[in-house]
Design a binder for this molecule. Structure first.
Ligand SMILES: Nc1ncnc2c1ncn2[C@@H]1O[C@H](COP(=O)(O)OP(=O)(O)OP(=O)(O)O)[C@@H](O)[C@H]1O
Ligand SMILES: [Mg+2]
Length: 319
């Protein structure tokens, strides 16, 4: 649905987008992540035919951004990072205005507007002035607006910016719903964790360069390693002579002997283990402990923290 090939865009000497290539298929939600000034909005504006690329090619549903602007506008919904709203209109008038701008037949408008209001949970606000809406509602109204002409592809530039935690969750639910409807979405954000859960794939961009593009699982796979696990062992039965019971100290020792483990210590009656980089399964830890006679009460893999993964990816630690 979206195909960007070796696109470069410069503003004077500044290379805002540098040899970027991304492909996004139908039914995908692509999380486009990068810090301020990374080139996210510039990339989206190129796809929305608002900026021309200096080099490379970009297509939306097979249409070329250089030559097929009209076709692209029919299949694409673009929500910019800052949406200028007309304050002296009601929510309903606002959507009526855009429906006519999209040349939607008068007879179909009412039904369509009702539908997008329902989807964005704004039905009760239809008579409210746009200026009276909260930030979260305004963002949802922006999404409602770009849905009017039923586009197959949606570009949403930071739809969750400035929203409180609850409004963020509501926005996330709305985006997941749109993905379920089969739309192709490209959603930008500064924050990986905001998008990670709902995205089917992600791209990480910094200073115009794409550092990673692919599935979330692959991203984790690449940064995996150094995984930490905390293990709690069952206390010995009161009457036991202790012979068959493995103490946390002894358990830590058993694991320390394994080359797949880089660190193994006991502390406060628990065993803290760190696996070596590239170790993809932690099942062997359970096996060795059970073989040594341990009774495991709790096994808590800490995994790789999202923000750590992001840092590793952006520091070029990953090819
Ligand atoms: N019209 C313009 N003229 C000159 N420079 C521009 C223009 N638009 C963007 N830039 C520059 O291009 C770079 C990329 O900007 P862009 O808006 O694409 O970043 P972004 O990833 O969307 O950032 P943010 O998270 O702040 O929205 C920045 O250095 C910006 O200053
Ligand atoms: Mg931006």
């Amino acid at each position: 649905m979206i195909e960007i090939k070796n696109v470069t865009k410069k503003f004077g000497n500044l290379c805002a987008v540098d040899d970027l290539s991304i492909e996004i298929g139908a039914g995908e939600l692509y999380g486009f992540i990068g810090p301020n000034g990374a080139g996210k909005s510039t990339t989206m504006k190129i796809l929305a035919c608002l900026l021309r690329p200096d080099r490379g090619s970009a297509r939306v549903c097979g249409h070329d951004v250089r030559t097929d602007g009209d076709e692209i506008r029919r299949v694409l919904g673009y929500m910019p990072d800052y949406l200028g709203v007309y304050d002296d209109l009601t929510v309903d008038e606002y959507l009526q205005f855009f429906a006519s701008a999209f040349r939607i037949a008068r007879t179909k408008r009412r039904g369509l507007i009702d539908e997008v209001l329902k989807l964005t949970d704004l039905s009760e606000k239809r008579r409210a002035m746009v200026s009276s809406l909260s930030r979260g509602m305004t963002q949802r109204l922006g999404v409602a607006r770009v849905l009017l002409h039923d586009p197959k592809v949606l570009l949403l530039d930071e739809p969750a910016s400035g929203l409180d935690p609850r409004a963020r969750i509501e926005m996330r639910e709305l985006l997941v719903e749109l993905r379920r409807m089969g739309k192709c979405l490209m959603v930008s954000s500064h924050i990986l964790s905001e998008l990670a859960e709902m995205s089917t794939s992600i791209g990480i961009i910094e200073r115009g360069k794409l550092l990673y593009t692919g599935s979330i699982e692959d991203a984790y796979e690449r940064v995996r390693g150094g995984e930490r696990i905390t293990i709690t062992l069952e206390a010995p039965p009161e009457a036991a002579d202790g012979a068959a019971w493995l103490s946390p100290e002894r358990a830590a020792e058993v694991l320390r002997a394994d080359p797949r483990v880089t660190r193994s210590e006991s502390e406060d009656g628990k065993v803290h283990v760190e696996l070596s980089v590239g170790e993809k399964s932690h099942h062997f830890v359970i096996e060795s402990l059970v073989r040594a006679g341990a009774r495991i009460a709790a096994f808590e893999p800490k995994g790789v923290k999202l923000e750590d993964a992001f840092l590793k990816l952006t520091k070029g630690a990953v090819q």
